[in-house]
Design a protein around this ligand. Structure first.
Ligand SMILES: Cc1ncc(COP(=O)(O)O)c(C=O)c1O
Length: 219
């Protein structure tokens, strides 16, 4: 299997270390505050399901926590789904315990879902999701039953990315395709009319070689 040269093998931990920290989650909550306000203008009952991809947890938690605020106050009742890669399933298969956020063990210990700081995932194209832990704030909401994890395989993720590009005209980042795949599977399972929110965490313009590999049938 050919693999993309970017990101380099040990870069992912450096990217995601920033996003596992709770203050990064807080900063990204501007996305969820905006999404709740925009949705209220067209759907007074709010969202039924919120999907986001989860690497260190910041884009999902930033989007979902304002929706969970609405749920906790009884104003709506959304489900929140964290779509993580099958190659790095910290929520669905990790332990909930204290661990370091970096491979060198220099960060303070964080209580989170973790595969262990030494875990080295397969080099999937969604480099931003190759991180061993999950933000403590997001891990806590998983423990409370407010957020559910789903593991998505790389092939299914890219299939959903191609579908999204063809129907919406936006090429999603490989990370984001995990959320799209989970949402597409959910809607296929339950085609009743629902308000579904998907976090599109990034575009895939720099990932076209990965899409080319997928379309060539290489994975
Ligand atoms: C486009 C994109 N989406 C998602 C992520 C995952 O990070 P997080 O789960 O913290 O949002 C990354 C990380 O680099 C990314 O680049």
């Amino acid at each position: 299997m050919r693999r993309s040269r970017w990101p380099p093998p040990n870069a992912d931990t450096r990217y995601a270390l920033g996003s596992v920290l709770n203050h990064v989650v807080l900063h990204q909550s501007v996305i969820g505050l905006e999404a709740v306000a925009q949705l209220a203008a067209v759907e007074p009952d709010g969202a039924d399901v919120v999907f986001g991809c989860a690497g260190g947890g910041s884009n999902l938690a930033g989007l979902a926590f304002p929706f969970l605020r609405e749920k906790i106050h009884g104003r709506s009742n959304p489900k929140v789904i964290a779509a993580e890669p099958a190659a790095c399933p910290s929520i669905t298969q990790g332990e909930y315990r204290y661990d370091h956020g970096d491979v060198a063990g220099l960060t303070p210990l964080l209580k989170m879902h973790t595969l262990g700081m030494d875990f080295v995932p397969d080099p999937i194209h969604a480099g931003g999701l190759r991180y061993h832990g999950m933000a403590p704030a997001l891990s806590h909401t998983v423990e409370l039953g407010l957020v559910e994890g789903i593991a998505v395989g790389q092939h299914d993720a890219f299939s959903a990315g191609v579908l999204f590009a063809r129907t919406q005209g936006i090429v999603p980042a490989p990370e984001s395709t995990h959320a799209i795949a989970a949402a597409a599977a959910h809607v296929a399972d339950d085609p009743s009319e629902q308000v579904v929110v998907i976090g599109l965490s990034g575009h895939g313009q720099l990932d076209l070689p990965a899409y080319a590999e997928f379309l060539d049938g290489n994975f």
